[in-house]
Design a protein around this ligand. Structure first.
Ligand SMILES: [Zn+2]
Length: 112
């Protein structure tokens, strides 16, 4: 088990990660996402809906227009939008780090 979050509370996510179900965007009620991000996600993540505020956290949902992979993007996290503005040639080494980070976020979601 992972350590408890300092604030203790669990934020409710509308994302359901499923390998069996077809990816679906029923925001703001439900988003069905593949369990794993793919390389396509890096360039195709689009913000869905409004920024949500829960306690001291602000986040919004980002969904890949290609495979439907969805994560919550916390405003305090690394600014992917800015990273995506960089030259593609800068992305070589960053792709793995990006996928690692997203994967970690998914694991956190699934543990909730
Ligand atoms: Zn994708």
């Amino acid at each position: 088990m992972k350590e408890q979050l300092p604030q203790g509370g669990q934020m409710v996510s509308i994302i359901e990660y499923s390998a069996e179900k077809k990816a679906r965007n029923s925001y703001p009620h439900r988003i069905i996402s593949p369990p794993m991000p793919s390389r396509c996600c890096q360039a195709r993540m689009n913000r869905i809906g409004q920024v949500q505020v829960e306690d001291d956290s602000r986040f919004y949902y980002k969904r890949c227009s290609h495979c439907g992979f969805t994560v919550r993007e916390f405003m305090s996290a690394i600014d992917i939008e800015r990273l995506l503005g960089m030259d593609v040639s800068d992305w070589g080494d960053r792709t793995e780090a990006w996928l690692d980070r997203i994967q970690h976020e998914v694991e956190t979601e699934r543990a909730a």
